[in-house]
Ligand binder design. Structure first.
Ligand code: B3K
Ligand code: ZN
Length: 849
């Protein structure tokens, strides 16, 4: 397959300022008529990307036209500088299992165009730097599709003979075709409105099946909060009179920011306490805000080409992270962001699929919607914001939006706006966009008379195609604490390490200092320090930066567990003491305590080891959990009882209490408390909300308790008709820490409710299981074979989602010779499959290198 390179970018030879689309909608056979006004911008023919659908006719200025097909592109040699093109094509939405372009989902017709789906609807220069004004006319059966939506404002509609009707929509803003959308279906709206900062009234609608209307309140509130927040924090006002959201059940990812018509995976819209966990509620608010924020960071200012994807995604993730921090516990938000970054992005950056935040080449762009582009991209924006501080950062973003409104630009244009607006030199910082790999920072501290000297040293690992790395500017927030008292010895400083090595002097430090570094996780790096258990325990008890405090206890647990796995024994006592102090500290809120006392995940422990032994890691971590459970039984009981659920509220305090309750329950179970299974069963039975019910279910599902089977059966019986809740039932079992997880998953894959054709369901079992380190690597390669079989099967219907499942096999180098060979063999089997998509081919073949 062809490799697309960033350096080959050339501007389009033709612009398409106007396009009028007509859809004669029908699930089996939809006729699409496109009328484009094209204008020459440079030398060369008009090139229209073509998704392979049937072409009925192509006319230029009213006459049938000559064209040639060059590898999926229609080439038209046009004599003048401006022409009218009319193309009629036919597509079949119900045969579209890839869920790209126009497709059918649960009786609806909907679209997904980003990145390159628009070409599957009609031939077009399907690239983000061609901006057009759209008008869309749809006709459809009035009974099956009473609601017809598209981007912008509805400008007309009416009945037609034969039981059909029509509607026309116009979007006044120029947009790239990846932001085009339409929806047709039997939908009902939760309607509301928002008055913008300049006093304009915007009609809001969240469109779902009638039965789901009661589950849309939370998303609506999040939308209004996001609109107000973007005005307050970034000065960004919404620009159309209508903002619609539609929820669909079959969707390849989370949601899509189409101009004025966001389309969502229903899991990021629908929620009520009975069916959604607190984490679901939070994710809904974050995704609704994310897609809304794209209206400025993505739609008004878009990407020049897909290599610049992080321009909109990194910035928008950063913005949604700020929004979540402002609407909940900022400390817990940051902990969760870092957990996610380490679980997904650090792993990616350390493996065969590592790539820069701004990639240099791809085979299939769908494979580059990655944790690196999104989450590391957000960390890059955060580092710039940290160095600039809020006021100058805001001047930078203001300049960016003003300078580039209506344009398709590059990551470099963003950095330039930060430099010009914020007054900072970011020349070296640009390396963060071009160099892949997670930097390592070694930090040591020594005393020098009355001063302390912190020595820093950075290394950037080599990654595929990039062996020679330059030092990066790494902004590190740091402080010192007295080793005896835990008192702050030197207030926080922001140090930018921009060379391989640097010594930082802190003057007038009284006692032997303990280093608190990368506070707030100010840079996406791995810090290695020589801090011993006593120093980490001290920080975990005294650091005034909540993230650093969390991090100190994590590091203490990590060091202890790695020593346990490597040397067979290690003292758990310092961890037990630190966890006890955390549990007993009345100044800490429950939400923070709940996260702080959780040992690092098995996968994270593995990431820090030369060779991963999943079973040994599991045993060590379980031993620690059992010890903590046993020795701190009184504290867990107190936490459990003190966090009893009363009225259901979504405040940070109430969510924190629910979280701590289920975590305490898990420790009581791990410690072997006799009544723990009964407590879990009572919590499961008596739960008045999904957070408590699912929390208890997970504890039981991970145990050998007699109530385990009953709980799983009861949960299934109660929720089997709610697809989103049934997904949780599959996931809870796929993530089970029991030795039989693989056997259970193999069985579940034969369950009548399991299907690969719904992406949420596929992810709930296959995707979740591949993240279960113990289970996936058990069974002498049968876990690998299961994953590979499903990748191949799914590739035949939905390559984009199939390709997302490949990465866990690509970690073969890290799991020792025997496992490594078995994993490789599965990758080879995948690559050898005839008719493989380029999506899966790219991921599997790169994973072999
Ligand atoms: N921009 C979309 C993602 C599209 C993914 C295409 N493979 C959602 C988002 O990031 O907001
Ligand atoms: Zn996005």
């Amino acid at each position: 397959p062809q490799v697309i390179r960033r350096e080959d970018y050339t501007p389009p030879a033709w612009r398409v300022p106007e396009i009028a689309l007509e859809f004669d909608l029908d699930p089996a056979r939809t006729v699409v008529r496109s009328r484009m006004q094209v204008e020459r911008a440079g030398p060369g023919p008009l090139k229209l990307d073509h998704g392979g659908q049937q072409i009925v006719s192509i006319r230029v200025d009213g006459a049938s036209a000559e064209y040639r097909d060059e590898g999926g592109r229609l080439i038209l040699d046009l004599p003048r500088d401006s022409h009218a093109i009319e193309i009629v094509t036919e597509i079949s939405p119900e045969a579209n299992t890839e869920l790209m372009g126009l497709y059918a989902s649960g009786g609806l017709l909907c679209t997904q165009c980003e990145a390159e789906g628009f070409r599957r609807i009609t031939p077009f220069p399907d690239r983000p730097d061609v901006l057009s004004r759209y008008s869309v006319r749809m006709t459809a059966d009035r009974v099956s599709f009473p609601v017809l939506l598209a981007n912008g404002d509805r400008v007309g509609g009416g009945d037609l003979p034969g039981g059909r009707h029509w509607a026309e929509w116009r979007d006044p803003f120029f947009k790239p075709c990846y932001l085009f959308a339409l929806v047709a279906g039997d939908l009902k709206a939760n309607r509301d409105h928002f008055t913008t900062m300049s006093g304009r009234k915007v009609e809001l609608g969240i469109w779902v099946r009638e039965a789901d209307l009661p589950k849309t309140a939370h998303a609506m509130q999040a939308l209004k909060d996001a609109m107000a927040w973007d005005e307050r924090v970034y000065g960004r006002e919404y620009d159309l009179d209508v903002f619609n959201i539609v929820a669909v059940s079959d969707f390849n990812f989370g949601a899509m920011e189409n101009k004025g018509l966001n389309i969502f995976n229903s899991r990021y819209i629908l929620a009520d306490p009975e069916t959604a966990t607190d984490a679901d509620f939070d994710a809904i608010a974050a995704v609704v805000a994310h897609e809304y924020f794209h209206n400025w960071s993505g739609n008004r200012v878009t990407c020049r080409d897909w290599f610049q994807l992080s321009l909109k995604e990194g910035l928008t993730v950063f913005r949604d992270q700020q929004f979540s921090a402002d609407h909940g516990s900022a400390a817990v938000e940051r902990i969760n962001q870092v957990r996610m970054l380490r679980a997904a992005q650090f792993q990616e950056d350390a493996g065969p699929l590592a790539h820069p935040v701004r990639p240099d080449s791809y085979i299939e762009i769908g494979n580059f919607y990655t944790a690196t582009v999104y989450n590391k991209g957000a960390e890059l924006i955060r580092m710039m914001a940290t160095m600039l501080r809020p006021e100058r950062f805001r001047r930078g973003t203001d300049l960016y939006f003003e300078r580039h409104d209506g344009q398709a630009v590059t990551c470099d244009d963003f950095v330039k706006a930060m430099e010009d607006g914020g007054g900072i030199d970011l020349s070296q910082f640009r390396l963060w966009y071009s160099q892949a790999g997670t930097p390592k920072v070694k930090a040591t501290v020594r005393q020098d008379g009355q001063d302390a000297i912190v020595s820093l040293e950075q290394t950037v690992p080599s990654t595929p195609g990039q062996s020679d790395k330059q030092p990066m500017p790494i902004p590190l927030r740091m402080a010192l604490f007295g080793a005896g008292t835990g008192a702050a010895e030197a207030g926080e400083r922001l140090v930018v390490l921009d060379k391989e090595r640097a010594d930082i002097r802190f003057e007038g430090v009284g006692e032997a200092p303990v280093l608190s570094i990368n506070r707030g996780f100010s840079a996406p790096v791995i810090v290695e320090s020589d801090r011993d258990a006593a120093a980490l325990a001290l920080l975990s008890a005294h650091d005034d930066d909540p993230f650093a405090r969390y991090e100190a206890l994590q590091q203490l647990m990590l060091d202890t567990l790695i020593a346990r796995v490597e040397a067979g024994a290690a003292e758990f006592a310092p961890v037990v003491d630190a966890v006890r102090l955390t549990l007993e500290n009345p100044a800490l809120d429950k939400a923070f305590v709940a996260e702080a006392v959780l040992p690092p995940s098995e996968a994270f422990i593995g990431d820090r080891m030369a060779t991963v032994d999943p079973e040994a890691i599991h045993q060590a971590r379980e031993a620690l959990r059992a010890e903590l459970g046993r020795l701190l039984e009184g504290q867990w009981r107190a936490a459990y009882l003190g966090s009893a659920s009363n009225r259901f509220e979504l405040t940070p305090a109430a969510k924190g209490a629910r979280r701590l309750r289920s975590i305490a329950l898990g420790f009581l179970m791990a410690g072997g408390a006799e009544d723990a299974p009964a407590l879990a069963w009572d919590q499961f039975q008596g739960a008045t909300n999904m957070t408590d019910r699912q929390g208890a279910l997970a504890v039981l599902a991970n145990s050998d308790a007699a109530q385990r089977e009953d709980a799983l059966a009861a949960f299934y019986a109660r929720h089997k008709d709610d697809a989103l809740v049934l997904d949780k039932w599959f996931t809870t079992q796929a993530l089970s820490t029991r030795a039989d997880a693989l056997e259970q998953v193999l069985k579940l894959s034969q369950h009548p409710d399991f299907t690969l054709s719904n992406p949420n369901r596929a992810r709930s079992l296959v995707g979740a299981f591949s993240a279960n380190q113990r289970g996936f690597h058990s069974g002498e390669g049968r876990g690998y074979r299961f994953l590979a079989d499903n990748i191949v099967a799914l590739d035949a219907i939905n390559p984009q989602t199939a390709a997302k499942f490949v990465a866990p096999l690509g970690r073969w180098r890290r799991f020792g010779e025997t496992r490594g060979a078995l994993m490789r063999a599965e990758l080879e089997r995948i690559v050898a499959k005839p008719g493989l998509s380029k999506d899966v081919f790219e991921q599997a073949s790169k994973s072999l290198i």
